[in-house]
Design a protein around this ligand. Sequence first.
Ligand SMILES: Cc1ncc(C[n+]2csc(CCOP(=O)(O)OP(=O)(O)O)c2C)c(N)n1
Length: 334
Amino acid sequence: MNELLDLYRTMVRIRAFEDAAEAASQGGVSWGGAATEGAEVRVKGPLHLSTGQEAVAAGVCAHLHARDLLTSTHRGHGHTLAKGADPARMMCELFGRASGYNGGKGGSMHIADFSVGMLGANGVVTAGLPIAVGAAHGLKIRGEDAIAVSFFGDGAINRGPFLEALNWAQIYRLPVLFVCEDNRISATTQSAPMTAGEQAASARAQALGIPAVQVDGNAALAVSEAARKLIEEIRAGSGPRLLHALTYRLKGHVSVDPASYRDPAEVAQALKNDPIVLARERLQAQGLGEQAAQIEREADEEIAAAVATASAAPLPPPEAAYSDVVSIGEGAWT
Ligand SMILES: Cc1ncc(C[n+]2csc(CCOP(=O)(O)OP(=O)(O)O)c2C)c(N)n1
């Protein structure tokens, strides 16, 4: 099987999911919180989409098994799909249905699927790193033949848990791959003016003795090749590694953000550098255009079926609001 076709399948499935989720949230709650009149709203509230960053998720997860563990970010749909989660259950969660991954009560930023090693998306920036390091430490203590991977954005490297997580992982030589998805922006702010040092994600890892590799995050095969090598080293007992993938987020911070803070020329250039467009051109040049088209049709059908499933699925009963609720420290206050 052609490796690029496999990566293309993952990327196209993610894009189809993000496009469908975005469409289903149109007419949802605006960033200011006001409900917009009009379109049918099936996903309430804004979504963080990973459109344009698919090659990183595909290239890294291509080398993971179900037993390997993964943590993600607020922008987690792509990683979760690439790790093997079920798009229909994910869509049910976005639609707030009882059959969603969190019973319809968690939404986009809380999707987890332990059966495929996906420990969860996470709305708290940088929170996935220490969780992955803890998971990796658990794997090491139990002598399990698996690794942990943590995706995070370039904005995350300016928070303390980044340093704590990398330091702990290096001290104990833990089997963990840190993957910085560097889309050059943190929510709505350019990252460069608030980040000290050049190539900061890699440089900071190297300062702790953790080997780091920088890669074009829009070139699926390049990401895959770099990830394959780093993951092999980690499986062989090397300790942690960091992959610094340079990419671009084609959408705003959230689905209702028009991203008017961005230079239109930059966006136009980024659209030409869309990882799916690049992979498609390459497949075409290899005479694999028909196979690529077939993959696109299958992805569209799969995601359309996920939307249909979610649309038809029942909402949770009102009393479900009282289940899965943990009362922390109740005794301390009474
Ligand atoms: C601890 C914490 N601080 C602030 C926020 C608000 N916030 C949400 S996303 C974001 C920027 C994250 O930037 P980056 O990691 O580069 O990811 P991107 O959104 O650019 O993909 C911020 C500051 C948060 N969710 N958690």
